[in-house]
Design a protein around this ligand. Structure first.
Ligand code: NAP
Length: 297
C-alpha cells in the first residue's frame, strides 16, 4: 500500500502508541514517524527499539507540518496537550486518539477552536495490563475491534484514512456515536475493571497472615482478577472519571443484581441462583464464538 501520510506524530509512545508505531513502520504507512513522550527515559527506549524516525520531548515542534497527529497518552492529558499543539496544527491535519472513553474527547478537544483540523477519534479495543514502549507488539490489534467516532465536521477522506490505518493493523473497524461507545465500554470493560480492583483491594485489606494464604490459593479464581487489577492506575483512574455517568449507571444495575443474589443465598433459593449462573455460561460460549476470549481491554 502506498504511504497514507507524509508525516505522522504520535503523542505518547507506551503500550498502544508503540504498537501502532510498529504497524506504521512495518507497512510504511507514513514517510516520517515522530514519537513524543513525557520523559527522557521513554525517549531513550524508543530510540533503542528503533520504532520511530525521530523522537522529541517538544510537543509543538513535533506536530509541525504533520498530516496526522495521534494522542496515545492518558485521557487526562488531552486538554493541556491540545491547548499547546493547537496553534501548530496545519490545515487539513487529522487529529485522532486511542483513548478508552470517547465522549470526553469532544469536550476536552473543542474542535471548533482548531480551524481546518479533522477530528477522528478512535478506540482500539485491545490491550494488556503492561505499559511502556517495550510492552508494545505489532500483532496487538489483530482480530480486535477498533471503534471510530468521527466529529461531524471531519472530511470523508480523513475518516477513510483512519479506517485504513486500523485495518492495516488487522482490526475490524466500526463507526459509532461516542456516547453509545461509552455505554458499551462501561459494561464490557470499565465495570469489570472496577470490580477487579475492588476484589483485589478487599483482599489486600485482610490481616497479613490471610493475605499470604489468598496469594497461595489464588488459582481458585482470585488470580484472574489480579491480572485485570494490575492495569495502569493512571489510565484507569482517568477512565472511571471521564466515563462517570455510564459507569455509575451500570454499577447501579450491578448492585441490584448482587443484592438479589445475596437475598437468594440467604433464603436458600437454589433455583434462582442456578438459573442466574446458567445464563452467564451461555454468554461465555458466545464470547468464544466471537473470537474475543484472548486478552482484554
Ligand atoms: P502507557 O503505556 O502508560 O503510555 C502512555 C504514554 O503517554 C507514555 O509514552 C507517556 O510518556 C506518554 N505521556 C504521558 N503524559 C504525557 C504528556 N503530558 N505529554 C506527552 N506524552 C505523555 O499507556 P497506554 O496503555 O499505551 O495507554 C495510552 C492510551 O491508550 C490511554 O488513553 C488509554 O485509554 C488508551 N488505551 C489503552 C489500552 C490498554 O489496554 N492499555 C487499550 C486501549 C486504549 P512517559 O513514558 O515519558 O511518561
Amino acid at each position: 500500500m502506498p504511504a497514507l501520510f507524509n508525516k505522522v506524530t504520535l503523542i505518547g509512545i507506551g503500550l498502544i502508541g508503540s504498537s501502532i508505531a510498529r504497524v506504521i513502520k512495518r507497512d510504511k504507512i507514513a514517510r516520517h514517524l515522530v514519537a513524543v513522550a513525557k520523559s527522557k527515559k521513554t525517549i531513550d527506549s524508543v530510540l533503542k527499539l528503533g520504532i520511530a524516525d525521530s523522537v522529541t520531548l517538544d510537543l509543538s515542534e513535533a506536530v509541525n507540518d504533520a498530516d496526522m497527529v495521534m494522542l496515545c497518552s492518558p485521557l487526562g492529558t488531552y486538554k493541556k496537550i491540545v491547548r499547546e499543539i493547537g496553534p501548530n496544527l496545519k490545515r487539513g491535519c487529522i487529529l485522532t486518539d486511542v483513548g478508552s472513553v470517547k465522549g470526553c474527547v469532544f469536550e476536552d478537544i473543542e474542535i471548533e477552536k482548531l480551524l481546518g483540523v479533522n477530528l477522528v477519534p478512535a478506540h482500539p479495543v485491545a490491550g494488556t495490563e503492561y505499559s511502556g514502549p517495550e510492552a508494545g507488539f505489532v500483532e496487538l490489534f489483530e482480530g480486535r475491534w477498533c471503534v471510530i467516532t468521527p466529529d461531524k465536521t471531519a472530511s470523508k477522506d480523513s475518516v477513510e484514512k483512519i479506517c485504513k490505518l486500523w485495518e492495516a493493523a488487522g482490526s475490524n473497524v466500526e463507526i459509532m456515536d461516542p456516547n453509545h461507545h461509552d455505554q458499551i465500554m462501561a459494561m464490557t470493560s470499565h465495570l469489570p475493571h472496577l470490580i477487579s480492583y475492588t476484589i483485589v483491594g478487599t483482599a489486600t485489606d485482610l490481616e497479613k497472615s490471610l493475605v499470604s494464604e489468598v496469594v497461595k490459593y489464588s488459582a481458585g479464581g482470585f488470580r484472574d482478577f489480579t491480572r485485570v487489577a494490575a492495569s495502569d492506575p493512571t489510565m484507569w483512574g482517568d477512565i472511571m472519571i471521564k466515563n462517570k455517568e455510564a459507569v455509575l449507571e451500570i454499577l447501579q444495575r450491578f448492585n441490584e443484581d448482587l443484592t438479589a443474589l445475596q437475598r437468594a443465598i440467604r433464603w436458600d433459593e437454589y433455583d434462582l441462583i442456578h438459573d442466574f449462573f446458567s445464563k452467564t455460561r451461555k454468554i461465555r460460549k458466545e464470547v468464544i464464538q466471537a473470537k474475543q476470549e484472548k486478552m482484554y481491554d
